[in-house]
Design a protein around this ligand. Structure first.
Ligand SMILES: [Zn+2]
Ligand SMILES: [Zn+2]
Length: 282
């Protein structure tokens, strides 16, 4: 049984199952994907994402503001906490630092200062609500780690989502109570260094995700991504580690509920059976 730990269900491509979200989720369930974490990219998007979760019992949500998103007004600490609370978010995010576009298109993305303060406020919100954080980090390694160390209780932790950094950063984050989530990028021919991460990160610290509709895995590259294809991510990790896909599925599912504790009571009967077996819920 698989979990897609990071998907943008409110942004799926209109060509995916003819724009039918229910059919898209059904296609994923048919491959064994039985839990979805739908990500809020801005606070304004959260009500829409929450509406999807109300309609589908196997969807839970997060609330946050993406580092690259341009907003008219920066959300306050209170607004972040209030939104997460009101809509039953199981995590804060995605939030973080993304300096990749700063040089190429400095007018198009929030500045370092804006990103840093926005990230800090979300880390504080997560810490006050005792919710895990979903972190998007790109070319901002030292600052990301420094802010995590400053604000995140390792007992609550979080995840570095769609991880593309090196093994050293993964290890440092794991030391601080974080999980590493791999997306379809791990299947890309060019992603040798990331497959090394897939082999080396402790199995009890790995999550899998699609980041749909972005980053479709091999052999679907070039198409808009969808949650069903998280299976290809699991297959790639299993091949790299020389273990079965079942073991990757079981372990990453258990990891998901260990990190996103608020999602466990919402899990389906079928899923709860597995979690009980793993000693994760009573
Ligand atoms: Zn992201
Ligand atoms: Zn995302």
């Amino acid at each position: 049984m698989f979990v897609d730990s990071h998907c943008h269900l409110d942004r799926l491509d209109p060509s995916t199952h003819n724009g039918d979200l229910a059919a898209t989720l059904e296609a994923a369930r048919a491959r064994g994907v039985k839990q979805f974490l739908a990500i809020g990219v801005t606070l304004d998007d959260v009500p829409g994402v929450a509406a999807i979760a109300r309609e589908h019992a196997d969807v839970v949500i997060s609330a946050g503001v993406h580092p690259l998103h341009r907003v008219a007004e920066e959300p306050t600490l209170e607004a972040i906490k209030e939104t997460a609370d009101r809509y039953g978010a199981v995590a804060i995010g995605e939030c973080g630092l993304d300096y990749h576009y700063l040089e190429k298109a400095p007018d198009q993305v929030p500045s370092r200062e804006v990103q840093r303060e926005r990230f800090r406020r979300q880390l504080i919100a997560a810490s006050e609500l005792e919710l895990p954080v979903i972190i998007h980090t790109r070319e901002a390694r030292d600052e990301t780690l420094a802010l995590i160390r400053e604000h995140t209780d390792p007992a609550v932790g979080g995840v570095l989502h769609c991880f593309t950094e090196d093994l050293e950063m993964a290890r440092e984050a794991v030391r601080h109570g974080f999980y590493i989530s791999l997306s379809g990028i791990v299947t890309f021919h060019s992603a040798k260094a990331l497959r090394e991460v897939a082999r080396q990160v402790p199995l009890d610290r790995l999550l899998i995700e699609t980041d749909s509709p972005y980053l479709a895995p091999v052999p679907h590259r070039g198409n808009p991504n969808e949650p069903a294809w998280v299976v290809e991510v699991a297959e790639c990790i299993a091949a790299e580690r020389g273990i079965s896909v079942d073991e990757v599925a079981m372990q990453t599912t258990a990891n998901f509920y260990r990190l996103f504790r608020a999602a466990a009571p919402e899990a389906s009967e079928e899923m709860r059976g597995i979690l009980q077996g793993a000693g994760l819920v009573k």
